[in-house]
Design a protein around this ligand. Structure first.
Ligand SMILES: C[S@@+](CC[C@H](N)C(=O)[O-])C[C@H]1O[C@@H](n2cnc3c(N)ncnc32)[C@H](O)[C@@H]1O
Length: 299
């Protein structure tokens, strides 16, 4: 019997859809969200999830949104082995992750591969918000970059990233760096990247200056992620393009958008959008802006 059929016996249609849509399977752990109204049925729901897929060894309930600087969520054990760590396979790579201590979403697998496929041989990549290393390791395994500098402020994410580098034999390509992406770039990653990844929509706009600073003087590509709320009839991609264009123009950056898409819908009229931005050579006026950033830090 499928999960839908099993849950159909204990939930009404609308609750059933909410639970099914919220269910993520990471390795052998299923994470589900249970609406308050049916929390008293949590044990039965968890049992149905366990029985629907023999690979699932643990069912956890997500009891808070993904929140805070480290993008973490609270999890409550419901069924099976009481654990939060697992091994997840994606696009020929393997990722060890503790779902309570690190951010992880299997829903971004298409996006990660989309970016990985664009990387050209010998590129230097900076991943400003690497998490446990999914984008970085996929790039190392599927393309032939020279280096993928991978920054995260969460020490646990860096610990798992280091394990994942070894698990995926990406030792000499992916380099982990613990710290605030802003500080790390100012300190040691200026003007060296062909490509910069910014997979943290909450901070991408604030950190855009530092992504530009990390790019080589002759320019390169930025993968920029943002959240946007759009009024009826407006295009979310255009809205983000407008916001980013204004910012880039004020600091004299020449650029063009090479791609944009909605990565996922995150609420009514709320979207996560990605823009691929090609940055042309950083000219003297733009460089003046970056010199100021460096001077501000030294002051
Ligand atoms: C949305 S997650 C990244 C997900 C990852 N790219 C993936 O595909 O699994 C964002 C990450 O940014 C990290 N982070 C938050 N603020 C940061 C900062 N200022 N500098 C570096 N990393 C930061 C968080 O710890 C978190 O691991």
């Amino acid at each position: 019997m499928t999960l839908r059929e099993k849950l159909g016996k204990i939930l009404n249609q609308s609750m059933l859809n909410q639970v099914i849509c919220s269910c993520d399977v990471v390795g052998d752990i299923a994470v589900i969200k249970i609406p308050v109204k049916i929390e008293h049925k949590a044990d039965k729901i968890a049992e149905a999830v366990m029985q629907s897929n023999p690979h699932i060894k643990t069912v956890l309930q997500q009891t808070s949104p993904v929140e805070g600087e480290l993008r973490l969520r609270s999890l409550k054990w419901l069924a099976g082995e009481n654990k939060t760590e697992t091994l997840h396979r994606e696009s020929g790579c393997i990722f060890k992750v503790d779902l309570e201590k690190c951010y992880f979403s299997p829903r971004l697998s298409f996006e990660r591969m989309r970016v990985a496929k664009q990387v050209m041989p010998s590129e230097v990549v900076v991943n400003m918000f690497t998490g446990v290393g999914c984008f970085s390791i996929l790039i190392a395994k599927h393309s032939k970059p020279r280096k993928v500098y991978s920054i995260d402020i969460n020490p646990d994410a860096i610990r798992y990233l280091n394990e994942n580098i070894i698990l995926n034999k990406a030792n000499y390509i992916v380099e982990s760096i613990e710290g605030d992406a802003k500080e790390v770039i100012l300190g040691k990653l200026q003007n060296l990247a062909d490509r910069v990844l910014m997979p943290l929509p909450e901070k991408a706009f604030e950190y855009l200056d530092y992504a530009l600073l990390a790019l080589k003087t002759e320019g390169g590509k930025i993968h920029y992620y943002d959240f946007v709320y759009t009024e009826k009839g407006k295009d979310p991609i255009e809205e983000v393009q407008k916001k980013v264009s204004e910012k880039l123009r004020t600091i004299n950056i020449t650029f063009r958008f090479t791609f944009g898409r909605i990565v996922r819908t995150v609420g009514p009229r709320w979207y996560q959008v990605v823009l691929d931005i090609y940055i042309h050579k950083k000219d003297n006026r733009a460089n003046q802006h970056f010199n100021n950033l460096t001077l501000l830090r030294e002051a």
